[in-house]
Design a protein around this ligand. Structure first.
Ligand code: SF4
Length: 473
């Protein structure tokens, strides 16, 4: 975690120094910390995708794909069997299975439409089921969709096949089926184990429940286990999170993501159920994040990017070491495919030509499919310096540094193309948050995760944006 470690770079992984960070006065940094900036899981970011994006454009992009290049596939399930109040996802509460069953039929139909638009049978290097809760599907339905995917695609030999699980509602049958279907990675929203915090966010899942799930999945052959944790939750303290990290370490997940709770009730209406008075303030949030980061490093995990941790032998830690780690909508990833195909309402896809996002309203998504249309809601064709700026932002988010001239040259820009950004960076350089040496930009080791703030200097869309983002820490 960058706020307690040396700035991440290709060589700064295992054994990173948790004591060496040059901590700056948080008061001095407060204006930056309170700045609302994107998480940069894409560039341009999703709020800038254009509505009424022509599906003919997407069809051309798909036809133009190189058939020999593996792709990634993302399948979205917008249903959950229980509602978590902190949730910012696009999901529906599924109190009956009928809507989920109908959704599965449409998903199968969308798969047919999408594969018919591809230039050839292609290979998948990464497949990810997200949501919502993919395990809200009946095991037979999960199997039907996976069989349909295998009918239409090949998988690369080392393909990662992953899904998100909810330990509160997953069944033994589902756990066994996940193993037989060839999944090799599963992720869990652990968030926090303290019972008071769990009650305050309406996500009650005792440690034993999660541990049983992890054990069951490992026994069926799912080798990779990911946990998501959150700091900054109502009633959460440094001590409660520290206890959570200790319990997690006993379960030995291969990867952990540690996110700050983003309280955006104007966008995520479920969050209105959260008691704002019980939310920790900025200093407490910071202490929680720093304490948890230190504890994971002490437990033998390698800090990854700004908010992930991995066991040293995990492919993500190795990718960071090799300089091949990427950042996408799932966060830090080993996925190097240039094309991500999205299935399901709200899912986002990417091709070398731009982004597309499916209709987020499930009814509109289903209607488009029934009419034989790809259910695109919005999209964005890369233009101007989008790709280059995206590469700079990804480098900063992954490694805390970017060789601006080298990235510019790879995109046909002259040396020094970043003169305008240098003025935007000047206050950050004065405050020792960033350093610019020739064309080499580095996020400084302030003891705080300032990568998003530095990356935002390269975001041409941000100033024009009316989208409200979460604060930087
Ligand atoms: S946090 Fe996950 S399980 Fe909870 S409501 Fe949101 S999508 Fe569903």
């Amino acid at each position: 975690m960058s706020w307690s470690l040396s700035s991440p770079n290709h060589n700064n992984t295992a054994g990173a120094n948790t004591e060496g960070a040059a901590l700056l006065d948080p008061e001095r940094l407060r204006p930056y910390l309170e700045r609302a900036v994107p998480r940069y899981t894409s560039y341009p970011t999703a709020p800038h995708f254009e509505p009424d994006f022509a599906q003919a454009t997407y069809r051309t992009w798909l036809q133009d794909l190189a058939p020999e290049q593996p792709v990634s596939l993302y399948l979205h399930v917008p249903f959950c069997r229980q509602l978590c109040w902190y949730c910012g996802c696009n999901m529906k509460l599924a109190s009956r299975y009928a809507p989920v069953a109908a959704y599965v039929e449409r998903l199968l139909a969308e798969l047919e439409l999408l594969t018919a638009a591809l230039p050839a049978r292609m290979s998948i290097s990464h497949l990810h089921w997200g949501g919502g809760t993919p395990t809200a599907l009946e095991p037979d339905d999960l199997e039907r969709v996976m069989a349909a995917v295998r009918d239409r695609f090949d998988f690369t030999q080392d393909a990662e096949i992953a899904l998100e699980c909810d330990p509160r509602t997953i069944t033994h049958t589902m756990i066994e089926r996940i193993g037989t279907l060839g999944f090799n990675r599963a992720s869990f929203g652990v968030q926090e184990f303290d019972p008071t915090v769990q009650a305050a966010i309406n996500r009650v899942q005792p440690p034993q429940m999660v541990a049983d799930c992890v054990t069951g999945l490992r026994e069926t052959g799912v080798k990779g286990i990911n946990f998501d944790l959150i700091y900054g939750l109502p009633h959460q303290t440094e001590a409660s999170l520290s206890q959570t990290v200790a319990l997690c370490a006993e379960m030995a997940p291969d990867r952990v993501a540690l996110f700050g709770y983003a309280h955006v009730p104007w966008m995520a209406k479920k969050q209105r159920l959260i008691d704002e008075a019980a939310l920790p303030g900025p200093a407490e949030r910071l202490a929680q994040a720093q304490g948890a980061a230190r504890a994971f490093v002490d437990a033998g995990y390698v800090p990854i990017g700004i908010d992930h941790f991995a066991r040293p032998d995990d492919p993500l830690a190795i990718a960071q070491e090799n300089g091949t780690m990427r950042r996408n909508f799932q966060g830090y990833t080993t996925d190097v495919a240039e094309t991500l195909l999205g299935l399901g309402s709200t899912s986002i896809g990417r091709t070398p030509s731009g982004y597309v996002q499916n209709a987020s309203e499930t009814g509109a998504w289903a209607r488009a499919i029934m009419e034989g249309r790809l259910p695109i809601g919005r999209g964005l064709a890369f233009k101007g310096q989008d790709r280059m700026r995206g590469a700079v932002i990804e480098a900063l988010m992954c490694y805390g540094s970017a060789d601006l001239d080298a990235i510019g040259a790879a995109h046909g820009e002259p040396s020094g193309w970043w003169a305008h950004e240098a003025s935007a960076l000047a206050p950050l350089i004065t405050d020792n948050i960033a350093a610019l040496d020739g064309g080499h930009l580095r996020v400084q080791d302030t003891g705080l995760p300032m990568h998003r703030i530095v990356a935002a200097c390269f975001d041409e869309y941000l100033n024009a944006s009316r989208a409200r983002h979460s604060v930087a820490v």
